[in-house]
Design a protein around this ligand. Structure first.
Ligand code: AMP
Ligand code: ZN
Length: 114
C-alpha cells in the first residue's frame, strides 16, 4: 500500500523507533504515547482493519499477540501488567488503517476505556 503510513514504517521510508521485529511483525514506539510504555505492534503485510481479516490470517494475528508478550518482557511491564487493544473504524477510534495492536503500560490503566 503506497499511501499507508505503517507500510512506510515497514519499508523504512519513514524510520520507526523499533522495539521488536521478526519476519512477520514489527513493533515500534507510538509517536504520541498515552502511557510511559506505548508500543504499536503491526503485521508487516497490509491489513486495513479487524473487519478485513480472513480465516488464513489467524496465525498472523496470533503472532501479533505473541509479539506483544515479548515486547512486554522487553519493556519490563510483563509482571506489573499492561493493556493491549485494537481500535476498529471510526467509532472504535481507528485513525491509521493498517491494523495495529496497541500495548500500553507502566501506569495503572482505567476501566472502562474512554
Ligand atoms: P489508532 O487510533 O488506533 O489508529 O492508532 C494510531 C496510532 O498511531 C496513534 O496512537 C498515533 O499516535 C500513532 N502514530 C501516528 N503516526 C505515527 C508515527 N509516525 N509513528 C508512530 N506512531 C504514530
Ligand atoms: Zn499498510
Amino acid at each position: 500500500m503506497d499511501d499507508c503510513l505503517f507500510c512506510k514504517m515497514v519499508s523504512r521510508e519513514i524510520p520507526p523507533d523499533v522495539v521488536y521485529e521478526d519476519d512477520d511483525v514489527l513493533a515500534f514506539r507510538d509517536i504520541n504515547p498515552q502511557a510511559p510504555v506505548h508500543v504499536l505492534i503491526i503485521p508487516k503485510r497490509h491489513i486495513s482493519t479487524l473487519n478485513d481479516l480472513q480465516a488464513g490470517d489467524a496465525e498472523l494475528i496470533g503472532k501479533l499477540h505473541l509479539a506483544a508478550a515479548t515486547v512486554a518482557k522487553l519493556e519490563g511491564v510483563d509482571s506489573a501488567g499492561y493493556r493491549t487493544l485494537i481500535n476498529c473504524n471510526e467509532e472504535g477510534g481507528q485513525v491509521v488503517f493498517h491494523i495495529h495492536l496497541h500495548l500500553m503500560g507502566a501506569r495503572r490503566m482505567g476501566w472502562p476505556p474512554g
